[in-house]
Write a protein that binds this ligand. Structure first.
Ligand code: GA4
Length: 319
């Protein structure tokens, strides 16, 4: 069941929606503001072809409907990248979720997927969207346009695709009828955490469950909108902006009666990329340097040595 006393506020309270068909300078200002205040926003009129999205969704539904032994046969030589059921990460975290997790440029794993063509088209579309958002972000901050986007467009960028299926909670209970109607069947599908990469672009079906933590520490449920993408700041973007942007904590709860399906693209840099606060974001008096410089490989290693909800960023603080 859902633990903790953190309060839940109204759906979508304070969640910015950014219309990507509007004028560029307005968009870039809105993106920067959203990244500074919440670290999370929705984009609409994003230009990603609906056929690509629908194909990806239908193929994912078909995949998760397969018998368990078939799903389990989708493996990668690389341990965390595979089909997974309940287990999250390497240190004992779990949730009411089954998922597919893979590097976006791992041809070996993708070749094992029956729906690789839908996946390839989807990855290309969301990669372009993430690229565009990062260029707008740079423009809004007044730094060179490719500052962030170059990190994710390199051929060896370490980006990940995750397809999550959250079965309805009444299925988790095995269909048993609970006589006490006041018992909530809501369960944690994916526990609270921040994303370690630069930026995440997520889409879900029409079932809600995603919640983000606002600056007052309250959970804000995000209303599902299959025609929008949700975007959140990851740890590396918080570091590069010297703490100006917020790598937002978020979690996913299961719905009582319906399956939730979400697809997240985690835009990451090459393993050897050096990450640290941008010079333009540091001034000796007002914005002293908050983080040390590290490689993505070092940060990723640390990430996998910790638990899901752990705060990894403070280990790289300068003070
Ligand atoms: C959270 C964001 C992505 O889903 C992910 C997750 C990864 C995993 O599931 O293997 C992690 C988690 C995520 C952060 C802490 C570690 C690693 C599970 C976990 C306990 C793929 C990622 O990059 O980091």
């Amino acid at each position: 069941m859902v633990k903790g006393s953190q309060k839940i506020v109204a759906v979508d309270q304070g969640i910015p929606i950014i219309d990507m068909s509007q004028e560029r300078s307005r968009m870039s200002m809105q993106i920067v503001k959203a990244c500074e205040t919440l670290g999370f926003f929705k984009v609409v009129n994003h230009g990603v072809d609906q056929t690509i999205i629908s194909r990806m969704e239908q193929e994912s539904i078909n995949f998760f409907a397969k018998p368990v032994h078939e799903k389990k046969s989708v493996k990668s030589a690389n341990q965390p990248f595979r089909y997974g059921f309940r287990d999250i990460g390497l240190n004992g975290d779990s949730g009411e979720v089954e998922y597919l997790l893979f590097h976006t440029n791992d041809p070996d794993f993708r070749s094992k997927l029956s729906f690789r063509s839908a996946v390839n088209c989807y990855i290309e579309a969301v990669r372009q969207l993430a690229h565009e958002i990062l260029e707008l972000t740079a423009e809004g901050l007044g730094v060179p346009p490719h500052t962030f986007s170059r990190l994710i467009s390199s051929v060896d960028s370490d980006s990940i695709l995750r397809v999550n299926h959250y079965p309805p909670s009444d299925q988790i209970f095995g269909g048993a009828t609970l006589s006490d109607k006041s018992v909530s069947l809501t369960r944690v599908g994916f526990g609270e955490h921040t994303d370690p990469q630069i930026l995440t672009v997520l889409r879900s079906n029409s079932i809600g469950g995603l919640q983000v933590s606002n600056p007052d520490g309250m959970w804000v449920p995000v209303s599902p909108d299959p025609s929008a993408f949700c975007v959140n700041v990851g740890d590396l973007l918080q570091v590069m902006t010297n703490g100006r942007f917020i790598s937002v904590r978020h979690r996913a709860l299961t719905s009582e009666k319906e399956s939730r399906l979400s697809t997240a693209y985690f835009a990451g840099p090459p393993l050897q990329a050096t990450i640290g606060p941008l010079q333009a974001m540091v001034t000796t008096i007002n914005q002293p340097r908050l983080y040390k410089t590290f490689t993505w490989s070092e940060y990723k290693k640390l990430t996998y040595s910790l638990r899901l909800e752990d705060n990894r960023l403070h280990m790289f603080r300068t003070c």
